[in-house]
Design a protein around this ligand. Structure first.
Ligand code: 5GP
Length: 193
């Protein structure tokens, strides 16, 4: 097991509905040294890739992505969840269905901050069905920005998102891939590399 898998095994809590809670180190209280180790691991895996911007989605991706942006010394841009419709044309927007909240939200970034000059590393905490990633990729496509890679902390490999994104041809690097989890026993099984 790698360092993140070990931490998930120790502190992750499996909830009903295929939800993993990692509130003690990633989603509520945040272990910065763990995140730093994750960021260095992504830097190793994306070695040689041109990266001018880190992109994530609010709220839970921001802490993670900010440490990555610090290591690459590039800006962090986070897509905002917006209730209002873009009327002035200054925003790129995409629709994202939330896996955890079962709601649909409009995510937006300002056209000022994402352009065709950008090479983007997308970072997020979880990958389930891939809706959040599809939305973030759409924002990059609208801007004409290149997606250099995608870094995910925890991929739930028994859901469709990972296959969907890899089939689109992106370099997707998930630091822990869960093959199965059981809310009755709490057992978590990771995919072997
Ligand atoms: P997707 O869009 O891939 O279906 O779901 C990814 C998003 O939903 C992530 O940004 C994450 O915030 C949330 N998410 C999905 N599954 C889980 C989970 O098991 N636990 C937690 N804490 N968040 C999740």
């Amino acid at each position: 097991m790698n360092f993140l898998e070990t931490r998930i095994q120790t502190d992750g809590v499996v909830k009903a509905g295929n939800v993993l809670k990692v509130d003690s180190f990633l989603n509520h209280q945040i272990d910065i040294s763990l995140i730093r180790e994750m960021a260095y691991e992504w830097q190793r895996r994306f070695n040689g890739k041109k990266i001018t911007k880190i992109l994530t989605i609010e709220a839970s991706g921001i802490a993670l992505a900010s440490i990555v942006a610090g290591i690459y010394n590039v800006p962090l841009l986070f897509a905002k969840k917006s209730k209002t419709i873009n009327l002035d044309g200054e925003l790129y927007h995409a629709e994202v269905e939330s896996f955890t909240h079962k709601t649909t939200s409009n995510i937006v970034v300002s056209k000022k901050f994402l352009t065709s000059d950008d090479y983007v590393l997308i970072i997020d905490d979880f990958l389930a069905n891939g809706c959040a990633l599809k939305g973030l990729i759409s924002l990059c496509d609208q801007a004409g920005a290149i997606v250099s890679g995608i870094g995910i902390a925890i991929e739930k490999g028994f859901q469709d998102g990972g296959k969907l994104i890899r089939d689109l041809g992106y370099q997707l690097e998930s630091l822990a891939i869960i093959e199965a989890m059981d809310d009755k026993t709490g057992k978590i099984t990771f995919r072997k590399n």
